[in-house]
Design a protein around this ligand. Structure first.
Ligand code: MN3
Length: 209
């Protein structure tokens, strides 16, 4: 089994005007596709080519040293993007609004309110220097916000990624995720992104974590 590029559950223009079609085409069809190709290339002919993306990111330390760098970047990139697409939905059709149920309660009890959570998450996004991701994770039963550099993710563990737990929500803050429409205005991209967050999917991940 090799890694493969997942189909999007919505057309490229479905997230307009918050995330534009050209960004979606390049982000999914070029950037994500390249992580898949490069991860498969790095693993070709090794027993690790049989591993799932989940195993590759969780068990990075078990890989031979010369494979760890390319797998961290490319299987990490694949894992992160595969999750990211599922956490987006067209505004008003599954995207935007606010969380409900157990996830809403957990956000309120961890951060005080949904608005306070959004503020803290946006601050983490603005504060990530260079390329990376911002996460809402469930770590030892608690919700936390943390961020990772490059294509690291919280499943890689604190020692590797500086952030750990089960990702409930993830936001790509690489420039390729927003530059065509927002140029250097990362905070505007983050504000727009709230309109297309698939809270139903995040709630499912929370319930299953
Ligand atoms: Mn990206």
């Amino acid at each position: 089994m090799t890694l493969s590029l997942p189909e999007l559950a919505y057309p490229h223009d479905a997230l307009e005007p918050f995330i534009d079609a050209a960004t979606m085409q390049i982000h999914h069809g070029k950037h994500h596709a390249a992580y898949v190709t490069n991860a498969n290339k790095a693993l070709e002919g090794t027993p690790f080519a049989e591993w799932s993306a989940d195993d590759l990111v969780r068990k990075l330390a078990d890989l031979p040293e010369e494979k760890r760098g390319p797998v961290r970047n490319n299987a990490g990139g694949h894992w992160n993007h595969a999750l990211f697409w599922t956490l987006l939905a067209p505004a008003g059709k599954g995207g935007g609004g606010s969380p409900t149920g157990a996830l809403a309660e957990a956000i309120n009890s961890s951060f005080g309110s949904f608005d306070a959570f959004k503020e803290k998450f946006a601050a983490a996004a603005a504060g990530r220097f260079g390329s990376g991701w911002v996460w809402l994770v469930k770590n030892s039963g608690r919700l936390e916000i943390c961020s990772t550099a490059n294509q690291d993710n919280p499943l890689m563990g604190k020692a590797i990624a500086g952030c750990e737990g089960q990702p409930i929500l993830g936001l790509d803050v690489w420039e390729h995720a927003y530059y065509l429409k927002y140029q250097n205005r990362r905070p505007d991209y983050v504000s727009a992104w709230w309109n297309v967050v698939n809270w139903g999917k995040a709630a499912e991940r929370f319930a299953g974590s």
